[in-house]
Design a protein around this ligand. Structure first.
Ligand code: AMP
Ligand code: ZN
Ligand code: FE
Ligand code: FE
Length: 283
């Protein structure tokens, strides 16, 4: 009997807030025994071409994706979009808006930190976010680490950067329902990332998930390290009941997130097959 495919559908490179280049990430995915890996940087498809070349080199299947910052009834929700048309103008325009929100927030975050007595500049953040298209709070955290103000990203979030802390600044995010419709219009497949994650401000219940499905949602990420086991079971039951695709993934960020190693959660081959058929990709 052949071994089942090992499939990880959520990872970040240094085009957003991961620490590996897209090519390094793909090579590590192959070396760690994965057969399929999705690159899903925040709000950007900038890593796709490099990742595709590396995937062809080492012989691993790449799924092209991204994780879009959305908002639903005042709460932040992350939407995984797989295989949308990378040239689809309305999608690109909306991503530009989200990226502008990220860049616009940066100087205001820095001002807050300076008011708290920390000597840090926008240039410090750009220095640690060299290859990033989507800059974010993890890069601010890295700059604080580099200046010796905190020991790691977690401490930076806990003390300064997470919602409710003194250097938190709100930024623009796309409307979730409208974004699901747009991803589908762009030929992609929409899956909610870590819907009940520890860090999520939202509580998407069954009815809300059913409404999103009516808007075009195809799946939910159930197996994720931010979901404790009982949460996974409850969410999996809802997904089965609604006939949504169930995914599992690492949300790997390189050294940027501890205990989120490649392949620490995986997606069942039959769920992956449903996802690819929804994307119109014959595999
Ligand atoms: P941003 O994109 O600027 O809104 O920042 C969100 C990113 O920061 C996500 O990729 C999270 O994985 C990461 N993040 C959120 N909370 C923490 C935390 N406590 N420690 C480290 N990273 C975090
Ligand atoms: Zn991230
Ligand atoms: Fe996320
Ligand atoms: Fe993520």
């Amino acid at each position: 009997m052949t071994e089942p495919l090992r499939i990880d559908l959520h990872t970040h490179s240094d085009r957003s807030d991961g620490t590996d280049s897209p090519a390094e990430l793909v090579r590590k995915a192959h070396a760690s025994g994965l057969d399929v890996v999705a690159l899903t940087d925040h709000d950007s498809m900038a890593g796709w071409e490099e990742a595709e070349r590396a995937a062809a080199d080492v012989g691993i299947t790449l799924v092209r994706g991204l994780e879009i910052s959305c908002e639903h009834e005042g709460s932040s929700v992350h939407l995984l979009a797989y295989e949308p048309d990378p040239q689809y103008a309305r999608l690109l325009a909306e991503l530009e808006r989200v990226l502008a929100g990220r860049n616009g927030r940066l100087p205001r975050t820095i001002e807050r930190l300076r008011a708290l007595g920390m000597t840090i500049s926008v240039e410090d953040v750009h220095a640690v976010a060299e290859d990033a298209v989507a800059t974010g709070r993890p890069h601010v955290a890295d700059a604080l680490v580099a200046r010796g103000y905190v020991a790691n990203r977690d401490e930076a979030f806990d003390r300064f950067l997470k919602a409710g802390r003194p250097a938190y600044v709100h930024r623009y995010a796309a409307d979730l329902t409208a974004m699901i419709e747009l991803v589908v219009e762009a030929g992609g497949v929409a899956v909610i990332a870590h819907p009940w994650g520890r860090r999520a401000g939202s509580a998407l219940d069954r009815d809300a998930i059913a409404d999103l499905q009516a808007a075009g949602l195809s799946g939910v990420e159930v197996d994720h390290n931010d979901h404790p086991e009982p949460v996974r079971e409850e969410l999996r039951a809802i997904a089965r009941d609604l006939d949504l695709i169930v995914t599992g993934s690492s949300d790997y960020h390189g050294t940027g997130k501890i205990d989120f190693e490649l392949g620490c959660n995986t997606t069942a081959p039959e769920e992956y097959a449903r996802l690819m058929s929804a994307a119109g990709v014959g595999r």
